[in-house]
Design a protein around this ligand. Structure first.
Ligand SMILES: CC(C)(COP(=O)(O)OP(=O)(O)OC[C@H]1O[C@@H](n2cnc3c(N)ncnc32)[C@H](O)[C@@H]1OP(=O)(O)O)[C@@H](O)C(=O)NCCC(=O)NCCSC(=O)C[C@@](O)(CC(=O)O)C(=O)O
Ligand SMILES: [Mg+2]
Length: 290
């Protein structure tokens, strides 16, 4: 069955307490970070900790993604060689380019063969956080059929663009729209950038609403407190569900009467409205609301 990926909770790979609880925090997906949340002198210890966590901890069905260091550093290749054999669901590739995704995919193919793992079982989640990555998003996605989703990284992206990162996020409107459309075109997940002010609940909810309204399918979290609001906002509202059910009922009646287009509450209903209603029902079922 298709699974939900509304929330992806980041946690530093060098924090055993957080890793220990990763499967019980309610997130759809956890990202165990070996990159920016881990300082240079902790990289080796974090890699061992994350390897053991992926191998031994019960994640209770939560998707497990490990963010590895770039291959251009001393740590990237070592991360992949140590982590892939314990079979995380996916590796997250930072500041992704086509070449990075191809290289990681080739290394995974070799490791899966050596370890007797199912081919293509380890997926790839590229992080789009450079101007190059954003403008090459289609070819990056097409670089490997392991790619299951994109995460937008707004801090690094705005730094690369040399622009200010603001609370309202006006400056990432284009990036969000581009990631949403490209991911939709390829049928993969489009995950929004994290919101760093954990205490600004109102601002956070507005940010999640904005991402949803632009077509992003989920959001990264940095704190467990952010998980529940993400799920609530990404779930269809009761009003949307009731309306979708009425559209489907009316469609079934119209079908019997041989009508392709009909009206409900004085508004025209045709194929795109029906498709939207079907999507709402599917999402409600996945979220356990129906
Ligand atoms: C910020 C803070 C230190 C605050 O800690 P605090 O302890 O003050 O928080 P509290 O709320 O008091 O915690 C209450 C209880 O929850 C536990 N707890 C907290 N957070 C938890 C968590 N994440 N996972 C599990 N458990 C957690 C905690 O251990 C405590 O447990 P307990 O003691 O048992 O009660 C903490 O959240 C944290 O480390 N977050 C993750 C940081 C991180 O991974 N960043 C990198 C990824 S972003 C990135 O890189 C994006 C990007 O790529 C994008 C771009 O480019 O744009 C880039 O480059 O920026
Ligand atoms: Mg980053």
């Amino acid at each position: 069955m298709e699974s939900l990926r509304r929330s992806m909770l980041f946690m530093p790979g060098n924090n055993p307490g957080m890793l220990q609880n990763a499967g019980i925090l309610g997130a759809d997906s956890v990202i165990l970070d070996l990159e920016d949340a881990v300082s240079i002198n902790e990289k080796d210890a974090a890699r061992i900790l994350v390897r053991n966590a992926v191998k031994d901890i019960d994640f209770y069905g939560t998707e497990v993604v490990v963010r590895v260091n770039p291959l251009s550093t001393d740590f990237g290749l070592e991360d992949i060689k140590e982590i892939a054999p314990v079979k995380p669901d996916a590796l997250m590739v930072t500041k992704a380019t086509e070449e990075d995704v191809r290289t990681v995919s080739d290394i995974l193919t070799r490791i899966e063969k050596e370890e007797g793992l199912e081919q293509k079982s380890i997926k790839i989640f590229p992080l789009i956080e450079t101007a190059y990555g954003l403008e090459h998003i289609h070819t990056i996605i097409e670089s490997s059929d392991r790619v299951i989703g994109i995460l937008l990284g707004a801090e690094d992206l705005t730094a690369d663009l040399g622009i200010k990162r603001t609370r309202d996020g006006e400056e990432i409107f284009y990036a969000r729209s581009k990631v949403a459309a490209a991911c939709k075109a390829h049928g993969i997940a489009a995950i929004d950038t994290p919101f760093s002010d954990m205490d600004d609940v109102e601002g956070f909810c507005r940010d999640v609403e904005k991402a949803k309204s632009l077509g992003l399918t989920g959001k990264a979290a940095i704190n467990p407190r952010q998980v529940e609001p993400i799920h609530e906002i990404f779930a269809p509202s009761q009003e949307e569900i009731t309306h979708a059910q009425r559209v489907i009922q009316a469609m079934e009646q119209a079908k019997k009467e041989g009508k392709g287009v009909f009206s409900l509450d004085g508004k025209m209903v045709d194929a795109p409205i029906i498709a939207r209603a079907e999507t709402t029902i599917k999402k409600a079922k996945l979220a356990g609301l129906l």
